[in-house]
Structures are given as C-alpha cells and as structure tokens.
Design a protein around this ligand. Structure first.
Ligand code: GCO
Ligand code: MG
Length: 419
C-alpha cells in the first residue's frame, strides 16, 4: 500500500469516527438553571456546549431539540464552520438571543469534540497560548458605601487584582447587583419577575461617593469596575463617566442601552472613562458601529450568547483592528461549560482585556466537574483535551428545572424602565 493510500484510509476513518450519531439537551438546576447540549460521535467521543439563556432556558432547549438536533445527525462533527454557516445563513430567521445561544451550544460542543479527537486543549486548536493566566474581576457588593468598601477589601485579601463594585442606593429598596442575602448576587430570583423601583438621580448621587471612598481606602493600584446596567440616558451616562474620571475606573459597563449604537458618541465626547458594553449582544452586527468608531474599549459579548467560538473569534479579530479588547460576560447564569470555553478563548485571543468571574455555588461545580483554577487574581484553563468541563448527568438529574426570571425596573411613577 502506498503512503497516499494509507492517508486516504486514515482520512476516511476519521470522518467515520467524527460522524454525529446522537445529540441531546440536558436541563438541570443545581442552585440555578442551566441548559447543556451533548453531541456524540460514532467514535464515542462527545462534546458539551452551554445553552443557558437566563429566564428563557426552555426556549433555547426547544430551539435545539425541535430545530437544530434533527439537522445534526449524520453530519461530520469536524465541519464546524460549515455547520455554523448552515444554521446561521441557512435560517430565514437570523440572529436573536435564542437562535444565537442554540448555535453557540452546537459550536462549542463541536470544538470540544475536535480538540478531544486531536488530544489537545482547546486553546491550542485556536492558535496556542498568548498568556499564562487570565486576569479576572470579581463582584463586590454591599447595602451601602461602607459595606461595599469592606467587601472590596475582602476580595483584595483573596488575591483579586480587579473588582466590580456595586452599592445599595439610599432611597432605592432593591438596587440591581446588590445581594439581599449576604451571599453571592443572583440575578434571577423569582418565578415571575420581581418589580423593583428605580431612580437615576439617587443613583448618580451615590456612585461617585462610592468610588472616592474606595480609592481612599484601597489606594490607586487595584482595578475597579462598575456596571450601570443600561439604566442611564446617554447624557446621564456621560455625566457619570465624567464624574468618575478622578477614580480611574478599569471600565464603566453598560452605561446606556446600545440598541442605538450612536448613543455612545455622546458619552465619548464628554469623558475618558473606559467603556464596556455588549453582554446582551448576540452578533457582530450589534457592535459594528461601536467598534468601528472606537466608541468602546471593551466588548462584553460572550461565547454562549453570540454564536460560539466561531463567531466570537470573528468579532474579536474585528475588535482588534480598532484596539477594542475583550471582557467577556461571566456571571453565574453562564454555566461552567461556557466558562471553560471562554478561558481557552481568553488564553489564546491576542486582544484580551479581562474576564468576569462570579464563582458558581458548590452544587453547580459538582454537576460540572472542570479543570480551571483560580490563583492570585487570575484563572488558568487546564490542559485536558477539549474545553475541560464535563457534566455528571446522574447528579444533574437530581436538580429539576425551576422557573426563575430576572427582575424588572419601574420609575417611581410606575413607568417601565430599562434593564
Ligand atoms: C454582569 C451582568 C449580570 C446580569 C446577568 C443577567 O455584568 O455580570 O450584568 O449581573 O444581570 O448575567 O442574566
Ligand atoms: Mg453587566
């Protein structure tokens, strides 16, 4: 047999091994709801993708089960790009969070399979390491300024080099990002949305005070971040960004809704506080004007909600051309499967900025065994083939789905306000 014959046989063998023979959706609630896609190949090698869309979990589960999975069976799992294009370009109804989360789950599971078959950690498949560890930021919150300042101190003691600070606001009963329970902040709390009351004037009075106190207490070196959660109008956002300049934030996040990308021109015109946006984006098109015009410094769009590694890689490369860096969303409503994939991406991506890291609870960690580790303010992805995150299905089955939604905000006169 010639060398060519041999490699021909090997190639046919690998295609046979990579054939997708089964795929299913696993819904579980170990502390909170998660949706996971498991794709299996003829070789027995399987891959996992996160498909969790907070408060809309079952919509993605159905999109996968009813519309994508039937199209996957029999395909070559190695054709990651073509499968992505098939689901994106081939669909009449493009984009949107449900569609793009479902596509992301397929994409991440396929990258996981490919890396496992190659016997390599995922970052290696993307082009290899650009850094040793991934700078992360943790979440500190407190019912008032002093409690938040103390909590930031505790994060510094734990080794964090970057910390997001959110404080309660006098006159607002329940401020976004602040836990009532003295434990980690959980955004989706009740079966039907909790209705909270919002007042931007009260909020704008307290935030500069918070950061002044933080700088006085903890000095100039610690990186500080803040999330405005789309609650300000563009001119209010510009004012806050300007008021915060003396305290040198790493970033001000989601200052105003970005449905209108031009709105950020106004903030930019008035302030040099770095801006981050995009955890709710699901495609490069949501950020095109923002990036092209350098209206932001960090793009928050993450793997699970924006079409997976295949699409995010395109977005990150486009952002790099405009000196915009990544700062992926990493709240606890993104599963460890997404975190694992994100860390491999962060380890590779040249224009990395920072990664959000809210620790999952023990129940979640037990259902999703993983090999990433935290050390001195950085997360390190593991060296196992694939993205390094698995699921214990027996344990997952003990935590049935429990409907939960994010709260909503109204102004004091009852008008609906932005999330
Ligand atoms: C963040 C986010 C979260 C979101 C949550 C929504 O920056 O981490 O704003 O707190 O509210 O992920 O599902
Ligand atoms: Mg946010």
């Amino acid at each position: 047999m010639t060398i060519e014959d041999n490699s021909q046989l090997r190639a046919e063998g690998s295609v046979r091994d990579r054939e997708i023979v089964a795929a299913r959706v696993i819904v579980t609630c170990p502390g909170r709801n998660f949706v996971t896609l498991r794709i299996e190949t003829r070789s027995g090698v399987y891959g996992l993708g996160d498909a969790t869309l907070n408060g809309r979990e079952l919509a993605v589960a159905s999109y996968l089960q009813d519309h994508l999975i039937p199209n996957l069976i029999g395909r070559d799992a190695g054709r990651i790009e073509d499968i992505w294009q098939f689901f994106y370009r081939g669909a009449y109804w493009r984009r949107g969070p449900v569609t793009m989360t479902a596509i992301a789950a397929v994409d991440v599971a396929l990258w996981d399979i490919l890396a496992k078959l190659a016997g390599m950690p995922l970052y290696q498949m993307l082009g290899g390491r650009s850094r040793d560890g991934v700078l992360v930021y943790g979440h500190a919150n407190g019912k008032d300024v002093q409690e938040t300042v103390d909590e930031v101190g505790r994060y510094i003691e734990k080794g964090y080099k970057a910390i997001r600070a959110q404080s309660g606001v006098p006159g607002i009963k329940k401020a976004y990002g602040v836990s009532n329970l003295k434990n980690a902040y959980e955004p989706a709390e009740s079966e039907l949305p909790l209705e909270t009351v919002w007042n931007t004037t009260k909020y704008l009075n307290v935030v500069p005070q918070l950061f002044e106190t933080l700088r006085n207490a903890h000095g100039p070196e610690i990186e500080l971040l803040h999330d405005g959660h789309h609650r300000m109008t563009p001119i209010e956002a510009a004012r806050l960004a300007r008021d915060l300049e003396p305290y040198r934030l790493f970033w001000l996040e989601d200052a105003t809704p970005a449905d209108n990308q031009q709105a950020f021109e106004l903030i930019r015109r008035h302030s040099i506080t770095p801006l981050a946006v995009g955890e709710v984006f699901n495609s490069i098109w949501d950020a095109k004007h923002l990036i092209q015009n350098q209206l932001i410094d960090y793009i928050r769009t993450t793997i699970v909600h924006a079409g997976g590694i295949t699409h995010l890689r395109r977005l990150a490369d486009f952002a790099a051309l405009h000196q915009v860096r990544t700062g992926f969303h990493g709240a606890t409503d993104l599963s460890p499967v997404c975190m694992g994939a994100a860390l491999h991406f962060d380890t590779w991506v040249p224009n990395f900025g920072i990664q959000e890291y809210m620790q999952h609870c023990k129940e979640t960690d037990d259902v999703f065994p993983h090999d990433y580790t935290f050390r001195e303010g950085r997360l390190y992805c593991g060296e196992k083939p694939g993205h390094g995150v698995d699921i214990d299905e027996k344990l997952a089955a003990k935590y049935p789905y429990s409907p939960k939604q994010l709260p909503i905000a109204r102004l004091e006169d009852g008008s609906m306000w932005d999330w």
